[in-house]
Write a protein of this length. Sequence first.
Length: 135
Amino acid sequence: MQTVTLPVISAISAGVLIIGQMGLMLAIAARRRATRQALGEGDAALQRLVRRHGNYAENAAIFVASLALLEMMGAARPFVIGLAALFILGRLLHAIGLSRQNTVNVWRIAGIFATVGVGVTLGVRLVILGIGHLG
């Protein structure tokens, strides 16, 4: 009988990511309050904050779901930890990059490379593991 590994690394990663996302959300709320901009994207600073939060949320959700599947399918724990750490670092770097006046910078580019690298690696590994469990 096959056993399923509890996705504890995924749970920890989700916890870290949701805390980060709440920080990004609170930064938007503070800017909206300071500029009295209840709706819409407002000034350039608010637009960067909104985009920073949106990009983070778009990527984090699919990552956590995929990482949990990878972990439950029996991927090596150090591999799972490495992917989680690199993804979280990538999201942090990207958020720092989008916080700068000039949004085309080394922080943002490094964050993009880390996120895409982890995403492609995770996707390929899921396909390989999935195919291996077909028959």
